[in-house]
Design a protein around this ligand. Structure first.
Ligand code: LUB
Length: 209
């Protein structure tokens, strides 16, 4: 629970534990902002403390080191997608519609959400980070394989394409699309580029008569 009013006691103060949870989230959000802007190497704990308006010691209370922050950001990125799938799924949506809705929302998130932008940058810098990060891409490939299997059962996947191949192609092209958009236009054109990719790739994988 992160809501504020109900978290307060009769003294009007937030219980200690909930305040700690909120502070930790603030630190992580600020770290994400800096990692996304400058990258891992160029961001220090002092930079993070200064931007969030806390002492270095207060930041260390929540995270042992910079590596721990990187892992937390990347993990929270991967936790988001199954949750988003649950959110977009509705009984009236067919597998094709579910895949499109999920990826539309994902493209928006890559455009606006700094935790995702930071996680993506951290993964691209993974060889410079002195701790193993969760393995990239595999979660997305599994998630989409399941959805393309549903599409196959519903007769919506183009004949002869294995669901896992379809999933790999979508992840590879989405990844490339967002990377190029970041490098060339700081992601300002990401949603437009997604629309192109959606039309070309998904029309081929999930043709509509
Ligand atoms: C996604 C990135 C950036 C795949 O799954 C991942 O690890 C990803 C970072 O490594 O894009 C795009 C669906």
């Amino acid at each position: 629970m992160t809501s504020t009013s109900s978290a307060r006691t009769t003294t009007g103060r937030e219980p200690k534990q909930e305040r700690a949870v909120r502070t930790r989230a603030q630190v992580l959000d600020t770290a994400a902002e800096l990692f996304a802007e400058r990258g891992y190497e160029a961001t220090s704990i002092v930079d993070i403390a200064e931007r969030v308006g806390m002492t270095k010691g207060a930041v260390y209370f929540h995270f042992k080191n910079k590596e721990a922050m990187a892992i937390a950001i990347v993990e929270s990125n991967y936790e988001r997608w199954p949750a988003l799938l649950k959110e977009v799924r509705t009984p009236d949506l067919d597998p094709r519609g579910t895949i499109l809705a999920l990826l539309d929302r994902t493209a928006e998130a890559f455009h606006t959400d700094r935790t995702i932008q930071a996680a993506t940058r951290l993964q691209s810098e993974r060889s410079l980070i002195h701790t193993p990060l969760p393995e990239p891409y595999v979660g997305w490939i599994d998630l989409l394989t399941g959805l393309f299997e549903e599409a196959e059962r519903a007769g919506q996947l183009k004949a002869g394409i294995p669901p896992r191949a379809a999933a790999r192609v979508v992840v590879a092209s989405f990844y490339g699309m967002q990377h190029i958009s970041d490098v060339l236009h700081r992601r300002t054109d990401l949603v437009d580029r997604w629309q192109e990719l959606r039309t070309v790739t998904l029309q081929a994988l999930l043709p509509q008569d």
